[in-house]
Design a protein around this ligand. Structure first.
Ligand SMILES: [Zn+2]
Length: 219
């Protein structure tokens, strides 16, 4: 069945509604291979208006009958999450920030943030929304990035100077009493206290609003 203008309009309108892009296949004079033109979702309407003006109802170019649109397909070239549900394997995502819903599928590009966990940007507010039931990216010594893959202990409870001092004393006492212990650490909220034992000295490090990355050796 050959494609006509009505089919082209139908497919383009569907693509606009579904948040998809389109790929238009046309014949080229003096060339065996056809050419594929990709129009992104935002420009489909504009291009459709042009196709309707420049091509007749059988989709033959009005200035050159060797140029003909022979096929048009909905594609997800820009890899954007979809606002409208379309495919069976689409997954519904609810944005924790704006509370709106959108859909992603296997072709939607994942980004990897804290601890290598996968997320997509919300279609509406662009906030990072983590995908809960998918495996993350395995982060190792070659692909670890700061601060991207780190968890920031900066939004936690603010720990008082008194509490921090108590932990520092506790860490020092522990390492003084246990000369074979190589290190100790205490902390909560936005604070960590790390004690390191060397041959001739003990270092007490206090970190406020610090970053941490955890590598799981089991995997
Ligand atoms: Zn949002």
């Amino acid at each position: 069945m050959t494609l006509n203008r009505a089919d082209l309009i139908t497919i383009c309108n569907e693509a606009i509604m579904e948040g998809k892009d389109i790929c238009v296949e046309i014949t080229i004079p003096g060339q065996q291979d056809t050419e594929f033109i990709i129009n992104l979702n935002d420009s489909i309407q504009n291009k459709l208006d042009y196709y309707c003006k420049a091509y007749d109802t059988d989709l033959v170019h009005s200035m050159n009958n060797q140029i003909k649109i022979i096929n048009v397909k909905k594609i997800n070239f820009s890899n954007k999450p979809n606002i409208n549900k379309q495919e069976k394997n689409d997954k519904e995502i609810t944005c924790w920030m704006c509370n709106k819903q959108f859909y992603i599928n296997d072709y939607t590009e994942r980004k990897y943030g804290e601890l290598g966990l996968p997320y997509v940007n919300c279609c509406y507010c662009n906030e990072e929304v983590y995908i809960e039931d998918e495996e993350g990216l395995k982060i190792n010594e070659k692909n670890l990035e700061f601060p991207k893959h780190f968890f920031k202990f900066g939004n936690g409870v603010e720990i008082s100077e008194q509490q921090t001092e108590n932990w520092a004393r506790e860490a020092l006492e522990y390492l003084m009493k246990n000369p074979d212990a190589e290190f100790t650490h205490l902390g909560s909220g936005d604070t960590v206290v790390i004690g390191l034992q060397y041959k001739d000295e003990i270092d007490i490090i206090v970190g406020k609003k610090y970053f941490e990355f955890t590598y799981d050796k089991e995997e």
